[in-house]
Design a protein. Structure first.
Length: 474
């Protein structure tokens, strides 16, 4: 998306923070105070959101007493308004920094303004729309437009500011996810080298991002380059051992073993059949001998009969062996599941003053993932990976491919008075059909942990039966 020539204000938050006003870069000496710039960063981090005076004071002036902090905030707001609009006669006439109610402020969401995070999000949403409809090339283009805007960590100059930490990690996760989704689109177009490059960009930024290694291994194997896939696995092992002192997950090791099986040397082919006064006779693999036709004065020799029978038996044994190996391979496939973030139907309802149904939904997702990961013989996607896909609106097949699982568990939370209902569905990632569904009703109480302890064992036990594994949760 190009920037309009009429755009009055342009703000970059990825990498070095930059403000360009009417085509002119606002250099450091133009800012009256460091906190004036920090105030703008906070307001544009969520354009349109109303920040109360107390919130801004806590974020920007935690070291000052209440009166001094309020006065400093008022001065910084005045400075910011006049910096962005030099001809402004009165502060409350600002078209950028709006006063909302008594003592609250917001950055105008309707003003003509280019902000890189907003443009990034627009391209990402468009890319996912194309992806969902199977328009892979168009999706790749939009993903590329988005990731090109990511010129570095969000507000990299404020690395140690607490108010920026959560937003920085949020945008970093989205950037990684966009690259991995772009890799999936490249793979659908059979551009496996480009898909591997996308994953490598994630690894360059986060060397222990295991999911990126897993996708790289799969794409290298699809190219027929098993050697490269195994080298990728060794790089993953080295990174995890060196930086985290852990081994690859069972999912990564399973992919490694599958590729290793593909590399096993094939048994030598039997020598070509030779006949008298002839060169070697090549027998096609789909050869089926025809029944000899009787002709006057002709009688097949014993050697020819034995040879024909041997060929038939060899072909039958080969087919039987292939069928048996594939059947065994399918039978030992390890069940896998990803718990998608549960949805709160009543996001404004609360368990207590500080704990909402949305908080409970997120806690249930994390705790359920942790408990399922303890079930023997079951592979479970990490909750950090599933939360990164929250609200992505991607097809089931794409989500399962990104997470490397065969089934997805999704659910919702609804509260009515003191009653709490949890519903969920287990979905087959291949065909999108429901494998199993259920619901649990319980009483609400302020102690959310006791509710989780009550319902999670039941969910895990029922889910284990549906997946064909043995639960050890009591």
């Amino acid at each position: 998306m190009s920037v309009s020539q009429n755009t009055m204000l342009k703000i970059r938050q990825f990498g070095q923070f930059e403000v360009i006003q009417d085509g002119e870069f606002l250099s450091a000496d133009r800012w009256p105070q460091r906190k004036t710039k920090a105030l703008l960063k906070v307001l544009v981090s969520e354009r349109g959101r109303t920040f109360t005076q107390d919130q801004l004071v806590d974020l920007l002036f935690p070291e000052l007493d209440v009166d001094k902090a309020a006065k400093s905030l008022y001065n910084r707001i005045s400075e910011l308004r006049h910096l962005l609009e030099p001809d402004l006669s009165r502060g409350n006439h600002s078209t950028f920094v709006l006063r909302v109610g008594k003592g609250s402020y917001a950055f105008n969401k309707d003003i003509n303004c280019w902000i890189d995070t907003e443009i990034f999000k627009t391209h990402l949403e468009t890319a996912r729309d194309f992806e969902q409809s199977g328009h892979w090339a168009e999706a790749v283009h939009e993903f590329r437009q988005a990731v090109d805007l990511y010129q570095g960590e969000y507000l990299s100059e404020d690395r140690y500011e607490e108010w920026a930490l959560e937003a920085r990690q949020h945008w970093r996760n989205i950037y990684h996810q966009a690259l991995l989704e772009m890799a999936v689109c490249h793979a659908h177009l059979q551009r496996y080298e480009l898909a591997i490059d996308c994953c490598q960009q994630v690894i360059d930024d986060e060397p222990v991002y295991e999911k990126a290694y897993q996708q790289q291994m799969r794409y290298a194997a699809k190219m027929g380059n098993e050697t490269k896939a195994l080298h990728i696995y060794q790089s993953c092992v080295t990174a995890l051992n060196t930086l985290l002192e852990v081994n690859p997950s069972s999912n990564t090791q399973e992919i490694y073993q599958q590729i290793l099986q593909q590399q096993k040397p094939q048994p030598p082919k039997p020598d070509p059949i030779k006949t008298e006064n002839s060169t070697a006779l090549e027998v096609p693999t789909d050869y089926i001998p025809e029944k000899p036709k009787r002709r006057s004065g002709f009688r097949p020799g014993k050697l020819q009969v034995v040879t024909t029978v041997a060929i038939v038996i060899t072909i039958m044994l080969s087919v039987a062996g292939w069928w048996t190996m594939n059947s065994l391979s399918a039978s030992v496939e390890i069940p896998s599941v990803a718990v998608l973030p549960f949805v709160s139907i009543d996001t404004n309802d609360a368990f207590s003053y500080w704990f909402t149904t949305e908080d409970f939904a997120n806690s249930l997702t994390v705790e359920l993932t942790n408990v399922l990961s303890q079930v023997e013989g079951l592979r479970v996607a990490a909750s950090t990976s599933t939360f990164a896909l929250q609200n992505s609106n991607l097809p089931i097949s794409t989500i399962s491919e990104i997470l490397g699982v065969g089934t997805l568990l999704e659910g919702s939370i609804r509260k009515s008075g003191n009653q709490l209902r949890v519903t969920f569905q287990l979905i087959n990632a291949v065909d999108g059909l429901h494998i199993w569904s259920g619901k649990y009703d319980t009483q609400v109480n302020p102690n959310s942990f006791s509710i989780l302890d009550e319902i999670i064992p039941d969910i895990v036990n029922d889910l284990s039966i549906a997946l064909g594994v043995q639960s050890n949760v009591n």
